[in-house]
Design a protein around this ligand. Structure first.
Ligand SMILES: NC(=O)c1ccc[n+]([C@@H]2O[C@H](COP(=O)([O-])OP(=O)(O)OC[C@H]3O[C@@H](n4cnc5c(N)ncnc54)[C@H](O)[C@@H]3O)[C@@H](O)[C@H]2O)c1
Length: 379
């Protein structure tokens, strides 16, 4: 993986205190990654899986998980180092020595986090809501002196996402919105964060190498090489709770579909009609667990109006794919906090999120991030 073009960073001996809401598969990969990469101390070597070993002076081992929230009875009350391995989480274990952290998962308000259809599936595949009373999240964030909260709410959790965004505004905590409820890309919400001088990155993670970035880069390639795209689809299947949640209630999918479609459409030379561009999470296949399989087809015309068709199958473990980006977003938000910058970080959102305030090509967004790290760009 390409490393930063920034000069070797001076490391800072400062903690980045994070809270996580939603101790699902993405959280599991992130927490495992924090321990897997704990000994990465400098930029001298190419470390597989990392974009920056040290980012703006921050090492991965500077990230401390100091608060955690979920609603599942198998996770609430447990140390986060144990809760990440509880069912229905099913992502690969790539770090076998995650220690107890001393941070206990607290009960959050359920709100619309758990869709009605989730009750129709065996407990080991679905959410099992705890009967504990929700804690005061703002108080917990303040007590734990949290810098940044990462929200991993299930798709369709409008109220729960807004709840955690508001908690961040009240507690003065920076916000990473990993899912497609539009907060950091929404003008009104963005203004609230800017007015309070609190930075945020969102919405809806664009994975390290996943369906969206692959489809975007290929769309951009076709456009740049003068190939007209007439039709394209991106079908995705997987067997984790993210897919189960999206599969059972199509209404919860509305913003996910917008987010995924716009991420691809923004890279085309000419917008396609709804009928000619189909992008979506498509089916739940339990035995796939956290393995997501994506099928992309692109139909275009090149020189002489001669057809060109591309068919691609991409198979990825879904959750480490998002963690590779969140580990960057956390450190970028800490830099913004150190600099007193509030509002949506446009560069990081464009590079790491499917639905940023403003879309750029991934190449341009990457350049913008490097400028931000060097202090040449405010946001
Ligand atoms: N995997 C990726 O690469 C990727 C990419 C883009 C976006 N996302 C999005 O990130 C989000 C998280 O994905 P995941 O795979 O970890 O999902 P998941 O289903 O594994 O985890 C969701 C967690 O949220 C908890 N939860 C539900 N309601 C809650 C509430 N009100 N308060 C606190 N916790 C609550 C559940 O118990 C569960 O532990 C999803 O919206 C997903 O679409 C993931």
């Amino acid at each position: 993986m390409a490393k930063s073009s920034a000069p070797a960073a001076e490391t800072k001996n400062k903690e980045i205190r994070i809270a996580i809401a939603g101790i699902g598969n993405c959280c599991s990969s992130l927490v495992q990654g924090i321990y897997y990469y704990k000994d990465v101390k400098n930029d001298d070597e190419l470390v597989p899986g990392l974009m920056h070993n040290v980012l703006g002076g921050y090492k991965i081992s500077d990230i401390k998980i100091v608060a955690a929230f979920d609603v599942d009875k198998r996770k609430v009350g447990k140390d986060i180092g144990e809760a990440i391995f509880e069912k229905p989480n099913c992502t690969q274990t790539f770090c076998h020595n995650v220690p107890k952290t001393g941070t206990i998962v607290k009960m959050g308000p359920v709100l619309d986090g758990v869709a009605a259809h989730m009750k129709d599936y065996p407990e080991e595949q679905t959410f099992a809501v705890s009967d504990k009373k929700a804690v005061d999240v703002v108080e917990e964030l303040k007590k734990a002196k949290v810098d940044i909260l990462v929200s991993y709410m299930p798709v369709g959790s409008q109220k729960a996402t807004e709840f955690y965004a508001n908690a961040c505004l009240e507690a003065g905590v920076a916000f990473v919105n990993s899912m497609p409820v539009f907060i950091c890309s929404d003008e009104k919400w963005e203004k609230k964060f800017r007015d309070k001088g609190i930075p945020c990155i969102g919405d809806d993670i664009k994975s390290q190498v996943g369906a969206t970035i692959t489809h975007r880069v290929l769309s951009h390639l076709f456009a740049e090489r003068g190939v007209t795209i007439d039709r394209s689809y991106q079908l995705n299947v997987g067997g984790n709770t993210d897919f189960l949640n999206m599969y059972g209630e199509r209404a919860r999918l509305k913003t996910k579909k917008i987010s995924k479609t716009e991420a691809v459409e923004s890279q085309l030379a000419k917008r396609l009609s709804y009928d000619n561009l189909h992008v979506g999470p498509s089916d739940y296949v339990p035995f796939l667990k956290d393995n997501k399989v994506c099928f992309i087809r692109m139909e275009g015309r090149k020189f002489g109006n001669v057809p060109v068709n591309l068919e691609l199958r991409l198979s990825v473990e879904d959750s480490p794919n998002s963690a590779g980006c969140v580990i960057e977003a956390i450190r970028l938000l800490k830099i913004a906090k150190d600099r007193g910058v509030g509002g949506t970080l446009l560069s990081a959102s464009a590079y790491f999120m499917k639905h940023p305030m403003t879309q750029f090509t991934d190449e341009k967004a990457r350049e913008m991030i490097e400028e931000f790290i060097l202090g040449k760009r405010e946001r």
